[in-house]
Design a protein around this ligand. Structure first.
Ligand code: CO
Length: 134
């Protein structure tokens, strides 16, 4: 059911420093910061030949990234995003398999303007999974 790895999201304690490091030391194509108020994050997209990296930084007091950075002060992998062809069919299959879908189970529009869902990390080996319909 899942297809390509769409992106790996990394929470960072200093967005400017992380962007400079990916641009400089790692020599990557680093985009400008985007505020995503609906998701409580400022995001920088990094295009790699086979996938994307998203650097996440908290935006607003209720940002879901804030608690993550308190537990992981030097940053860390926050989630991975897999592509699916039909997000509602994917959700129904996962619910039937006993997996928990976060936020009530209705797809939301994600950072790329496409429908997304998040799956509970405790059901997936401690890894927060985002599904994006492409
Ligand atoms: Co994501």
């Amino acid at each position: 059911m899942i297809g390509r790895l769409n992106h790996v999201a990394i929470a960072v304690p200093d967005l400017d420093a992380a962007a400079a490091q990916y641009r400089g030391a790692l020599g990557a194509e680093v985009g400008p910061p985007h505020d995503e108020p609906d998701h409580g994050v400022t995001v920088i997209f990094i295009e790699l030949p086979n996938t994307k990296i998203e650097l996440l930084y908290p935006l607003g007091a209720d940002s879901p990234i804030r608690g993550f950075l308190e537990k992981n002060p030097s940053g860390g992998i926050h989630h991975v995003c897999y592509e699916v062809a039909d997000i509602v069919a994917a959700r129904d299959r996962l619910l039937a398999e006993g997996a928990r879908v976060l936020g009530g189970g209705e797809p939301k529009i994600g950072a790329h303007g496409k429908p997304v869902l998040f799956l509970h990390p405790k059901d997936f080996n401690g890894c927060l999974i985002e599904l994006e319909e492409v």
